[in-house]
Design a binder for this molecule. Structure first.
Ligand code: FE
Ligand code: ZN
Ligand code: FE
Ligand code: FE
Length: 188
């Protein structure tokens, strides 16, 4: 870019400094909104994937945990809509390739295992990969929201983050007993 006089050249230098800063902020906001679109797609996909996992599970504890988390997940979709509106954006979904892959992996595990403790162990493995992806996502998005000064979004995103962490911990607890049974299944 060229400037026609020295005055505007000086302004340009100054505004470049400011511009660089505001471009960076705009970039982070775009990254934040794109991340929201990505997880909005992912949570919607999970409202369809979790019922398949419930149908394939046999452990009562696992079925209960997944059923509880399905209800939380439906609520998380609504909560994300609140996040969008809190920052003045319309809810929009953008395909999350990671969640598409993680749910596909869950289906492959269910297809390649026999119904029972081993499949249950596989479902927990797949579900915990999903929870960890969500924990990483919501942790980052809450941090972005904080940097951007979007306080309402921070508290909404942290609420979901805590649900994902609890779901992951619950699955770890259940896996402790199921994995023993699954190994036992192997021996007999
Ligand atoms: Fe979720
Ligand atoms: Zn994603
Ligand atoms: Fe994988
Ligand atoms: Fe989750």
């Amino acid at each position: 870019m060229t400037n026609s006089n020295s005055n505007s050249a000086q302004n340009s230098t100054q505004s470049n400094g400011v511009k660089a800063k505001s471009d960076a902020a705009q970039g982070l906001r775009d990254l934040f909104v794109d991340g929201l679109k990505d997880i909005y797609w992912a949570e919607n996909a999970l409202t369809k994937a979790i019922p398949k996992m419930i149908k394939n599970a046999t452990s009562e504890d696992l079925i209960d945990a997944l059923t509880t988390h399905l209800e939380e997940t439906k609520n998380q979709v609504t909560r994300l809509e609140d996040v969008f509106s809190s920052i003045g954006e319309k809810p929009e979904a953008k395909k999350c390739e990671a969640m598409a892959g993680l749910t596909k992996e869950a289906e492959e595990i269910m297809e390649s295992t026999e119904n029972g403790v081993v499949r249950d162990a596989g479902i927990i493995m797949a579900a915990q990969k999903i929870e960890h992806y969500e924990i990483a996502t919501y942790g980052t998005l809450a941090s972005f929201a904080g940097t951007l000064g979007e306080d309402e979004a921070v508290s909404l995103l942290e609420e979901t983050l805590n649900e994902e962490k609890s779901a992951d911990e619950k699955l770890s607890e259940i896996s402790n007993s199921i994995n023993v049974d699954a190994a036992d299944d192997e021996i007999h």
